[in-house]
Design a protein around this ligand. Sequence first.
Ligand SMILES: NC(=O)c1ccc[n+]([C@@H]2O[C@H](COP(=O)([O-])OP(=O)(O)OC[C@H]3O[C@@H](n4cnc5c(N)ncnc54)[C@H](O)[C@@H]3O)[C@@H](O)[C@H]2O)c1
Length: 322
Amino acid sequence: MLTLVTGAAGFIGSHLVDRLLERGCHVIGLDNFTRGVRSNLHAALQSPYFKLVECDIAKEDSLARAVDMHLQDGARIEMVWHMAANSDIPAGVTDPHVDLKDTFMTTFNLLKVMKSRDIRRIAFASSSAVYGELACRLSEETGPLLPISNYGAMKLAGEGAISAAAEAFLDRAWIYRFPNVVGGRGTHGVIYDLLGKLARHPNDLEVLGDGRQKKPYLHVSELVAAMLFIQDKAPEKIALYNIGPEDDGVEVADIAQAVLDAAKVDIPLRFTGGDRGWVGDVPRFTYSIEKLKNLGWRPKMKSADAIRKAAEELALERKGKT
Ligand SMILES: NC(=O)c1ccc[n+]([C@@H]2O[C@H](COP(=O)([O-])OP(=O)(O)OC[C@H]3O[C@@H](n4cnc5c(N)ncnc54)[C@H](O)[C@@H]3O)[C@@H](O)[C@H]2O)c1
């Protein structure tokens, strides 16, 4: 029995691969390396139970070939973890094709190939971006779902395609809606960007917006633990769960300060102004994880802990590369 992970070389995918191997799974990782890097899988690549295949999942024939090469001698793929997507929200605002291709078509093709190969279980990395900009605390019941980014729109379309596939052929589906995830091996995101700016401009640190944007943050180790917990425990055929911290989040100005602390530098912050970082950015939201808590899982870290830990991990990684 094999487990397929798409986006395996990316930030979250690579941490998930490590945990799945620890649980004794035989894992095939797919990635086209637009953002993911082989070095994220350094430990996994030492395992005889892990295979990494370069593949553009947005191309159906390329995906079918990558899957079929592992289905010889009666092998079966039991479960697909779909982590591949465009993770650069502003890129999808500039050119919506980016999200159509890497966020939606990857999901669409995967479902098509799964149906024809009789693979009946999928876990999907959706996003808090499906909720759009709503003032209320966001729970799985919140609606109407009107995303304000093309990324969020294509994630919502992916959820819809999975729901339709569950009616047609899937036995089980897990849809995880999470907000910002932080931690080592980051390939993007606020801490990663701030550390990059700090390296290029050591005299002050530019922060997008007015610094008052406030969002919940989850450490990647807790995200992976929660996804596996839900997979093990949730009873529903389509298990749709918010995953996040219990608190209301951290302001961007505080994240920038955590980055300066982790990098051990003392320079001024320079805000670009405005209430949001970019078009499609949801500047403030609060999250409900009551459903997940009722299932029996709660995070140990608050947003501020996750930010501090991730800033230290990423600063250390950057130091190792220079
Ligand atoms: N990081 C977050 O804060 C966050 C929040 C909510 C949801 N998500 C979702 O979680 C998943 C993982 O995100 P991440 O932060 O690890 O991003 P990431 O960019 O590090 O990982 C995504 C991986 O998918 C790969 N990929 C993209 N298009 C592909 C294609 N056409 N074919 C094959 N591989 C392709 C990329 O190379 C990358 O390695 C994504 O679906 C993302 O939308 C992430």
